[in-house]
Design a protein around this ligand. Structure first.
Ligand SMILES: CC(C)(COP(=O)(O)OP(=O)(O)OC[C@H]1O[C@@H](n2cnc3c(N)ncnc32)[C@H](O)[C@@H]1OP(=O)(O)O)[C@@H](O)C(=O)NCCC(=O)NCCS
Length: 175
């Protein structure tokens, strides 16, 4: 896809050269104990492997992986990855933004960009689904604003330390 401009940010497809930025972003989220599934820091090697897989999936039109940059700084990431078999009409979504860049509309811009690109490039895609900590108000409001609907709650499927959390499932139909 062609890079897009949103305020002071550029949104473009992720590249192998984003590995250091991805380590910084994902590990900052682990440090802040954000309400996401990841709870372990990633290494540079793992980030390179993740990006390699992403670039390959983009080429095969099985996923869309976008980065948000401010200058050379990698400040946000969003992906939509197609499922397989009898779930190949669906895809999963993940999004994260560095704390200082939240609350400025970037999440919304990334969501719009990834949905539009998924519509164009992921053949047969009918629905995007995601799981979110029930208490993650910022993420849930963003998803609702984009048109996602809550379809269920899985009680206590997330555990952080010795505490259990409910996960809300949300769906967005493209058809
Ligand atoms: C969730 C996240 C991606 C939102 O991105 P963002 O750039 O801050 O969101 P935006 O500024 O584009 O806001 C878009 C909408 O989201 C909602 N929202 C964003 N921040 C919010 C907050 N702190 N409280 C409540 N709602 C919020 C609002 O509905 C907002 O629309 P509005 O401005 O018209 O009210 C960001 O907070 C983040 O990366 N969080 C940590 C990682 C995470 O939780 N990822 C999701 C895991 S499922």
């Amino acid at each position: 896809m062609k890079p897009l401009k949103f305020k002071e940010y550029i949104i473009r497809a992720e590249r192998l050269s984003d590995a250091k930025g991805m380590v910084r972003l994902f590990n900052a989220l682990v440090d802040e104990n954000a309400d996401i599934n990841r709870n372990k820091k990633i290494t540079l090697k793992e980030a390179k492997e993740t990006l390699k897989e992403g670039v390959k999936n983009m080429k095969k039109k099985e996923g869309v992986y976008l980065a948000a940059l401010k200058g050379k700084e990698f400040v946000g990431s969003v992906c939509v990855i197609k499922n397989h078999g009898k779930q190949s009409h669906t895809a999963g979504l993940g999004i994260s933004i560095l704390k200082p860049h939240r609350g400025k509309g970037l999440g919304e811009a990334l969501m719009k960009a990834v949905i539009e690109e998924s519509r164009k490039s992921l053949k047969g895609l009918e629905m995007i689904s995601l799981g979110v900590f029930k208490r993650n108000k910022a993420a849930k409001n963003l998803y609702k604003k984009m048109g996602f609907k809550t379809v269920g709650v899985l009680p206590r499927v997330l555990k952080s330390g010795n505490k259990y959390f409910d996960e809300e499932l949300m769906h967005y139909w493209l058809i």
